[in-house]
Design a protein around this ligand. Structure first.
Ligand code: NAD
Length: 471
């Protein structure tokens, strides 16, 4: 299969291609066209026409386009999920869950289109402006440049595209090199649904070429989801535009008290290892009250050993191959560093470099300066520690440079409120692991985890500005 670029609604072949391989079987899936700087100039040249077309679409057309896109997802759900499982190595059960969430993301946008509100405010605040009224409407900021990661190749693409359709922003998407095919399928569906072709480009590009897009003042919004290192770097290049950064995490869960310890341990183990931990809110740090620690560990071990590692297209699989060689090597190096610095392996991970598989690992006593203690692991590796006082657990959660989400198990409303006040995270989940995103919620991090919020309505607000008519 050959995957061309999409430039202003036109499929454009290029001789510069990269072969895309399935992470687990290593079979070639496609030859993907990559953009040259000339293609980037063509994309940028289309933007003013595309922006006009996107901004002028009436409400009923936006509604119809999003309704058709939602129908495309529901009619093709299984094929889309298999495509995600294949190219991103995401176990089928989680790929199907992503498709279900994607349907919700699109319908949230479709329903929002009809409910966008303006304001009518009195303008006669002084004798000089008597008789005046202020009409306030949200207007699109302008063209959107969306850059997305490999791990949710459908839903995270939609979390950028759908609010842009609602707001009226022309869209340029640079999908992840490891899993671009799902994004191009969305592009085809969006054109068939009636989105103006000149307002859509999907461009695979090497980082240096993609940076030409980031630097271009023709884009008014950069919405980036990916690693902290790349995100903060791109922010320094992105002149004259709003920058939204949805970056990594090092999600923590506090187990203070719970009616069903074994159920909590099971949920936390799955949340640590699902999709080999390649989820920005996968559980990386577990803090358990000392009175529960031994029982929790026993239940956690049992739950972990029940998880299945293997082929992403098998129904029973929970974790499969690490996405690429670079990430496999990074994880291996960080694990070696942890072992050499004296970390305890409560569940020792087993590595299979041939298949790039890593079985779930649980570590303790990490030295504070090593990578696994400081950085986002993005691997099936978690750390556990006991604590005595809640304040101690809160401090441990906040000791990370990241602050995306946290979870807390407790029946105490007082403790829950304290955690909500004190924890430096974008979201706190009660009586469940932090690995939960409901697609309507404001989603994003504090500290190194980013800037701005997604969640269809919240991204719509980021992509628009209030404009006022004084009359
Ligand atoms: P990544 O940062 O390596 O890449 C993300 C995207 O940026 C890709 O499309 C990549 O090609 C592109 N990119 C890389 N360098 C670039 C450059 N110089 N110029 C322009 N584009 C460039 O991330 P990844 O490995 O694809 O995804 C994993 C990361 O994403 C993790 O850190 C994870 O936590 C994060 N993530 C965050 C969220 C969130 O909502 N906060 C969700 C999913 C993933």
């Amino acid at each position: 299969m050959y995957q061309p670029l999409l430039v202003g609604g036109q499929w454009v072949p290029t001789p510069h291609v990269r072969t895309l391989y399935a992470p687990y079987t290593r079979t070639p899936l496609a030859e993907v066209a990559y953009a040259t700087p000339d293609h980037i100039q063509q994309v940028i040249a289309q933007l003013s026409v595309g922006q006009k077309a996107a901004a002028q679409l009436p409400t009923h057309q936006r509604y119809t386009i999003l309704d058709r896109l939602a129908r495309w997802i529901s009619d093709n759900a299984e094929a889309i999920a298999r495509g995600i499982a294949e190219e991103a190595g995401k176990p089928l059960r989680y790929a199907r869950a992503e498709v279900q969430r994607a349907y919700i993301t699109v319908t949230l946008g479709r329903d929002l289109v009809r409910l966008i509100e303006g304001e009518l405010l009195p303008g006669d605040l002084s004798p000089a402006t008597e008789g005046r009224w202020l009409l306030v409407r949200r207007m699109p900021l302008g063209p959107l440049l969306a850059i997305t990661p490999f791990n949710f190749p459908l839903n995270l693409v939609l979390h950028k595209i759908v609010p842009a359709i609602v707001a009226g922003c022309a869209i340029t998407l640079k999908p992840a090199p490891q899993a671009p095919l799902t994004a191009y399928r969305v592009g085809t569906a969006l054109l068939e649904a009636g989105w103006p072709p000149e307002a859509l480009s999907i461009i695979s590009a090497e980082p240096a070429v993609a940076e030409i897009l980031v630097r271009s003042p023709a884009y008014r919004i950069l919405s980036f989801t990916g690693s902290a290192a790349v995100g903060w770097h791109l922010q320094t290049l992105a002149v004259q535009k709003k920058v939204i950064l949805e970056l990594g995490g090092s999600a923590a869960v506090i187990v203070h008290d719970t009616e069903d310890l074994s159920k909590a341990a099971q949920a936390i183990a799955e949340a640590a290892y699902l999709y080999a931990g390649q989820v920005c809110i996968a559980v990386q740090r577990i803090f358990v009250h000392r009175s529960l620690y031994d029982d929790f560990l026993e239940a956690y071990r049992a739950a972990t050993y029940a998880l299945v590692c293997g082929d992403p297209l098998h129904e029973e699989t929970h974790l499969s191959s690490i996405i690429d060689e670079r990430n496999f090597r990074r994880i291996t190096d960080w694990l070696t560093e942890a072992r050499l610095s004296g970390a305890h392996e409560l569940i020792p991970p087993v590595l299979d470099p041939e298949r790039r598989l890593i079985t779930p690992g649980l570590l303790s006593e990490l030295s504070p300066n090593i990578h696994l203690a400081q950085e986002e692991a993005f691997a099936p590796l978690a750390e556990i520690a006991p604590y005595d006082l809640p304040e101690e657990a809160f401090q441990k959660v906040n000791s990370s440079p990241y602050g995306l989400q946290a979870g807390i198990y407790t029946a105490s409303e007082r403790l829950l409120r304290q955690a909500f006040e004190y924890l430096e995270v974008g979201g706190l989940i009660h009586n469940a692991p932090p690995t939960l995103r409901i697609d309507s919620m404001p989603y994003g991090g504090m500290k190194n985890s980013g800037l701005g919020r997604e969640g269809v309505k919240y991204a719509f607000l980021e992509y628009t500005v209030p404009k006022v008519l004084v009359w």
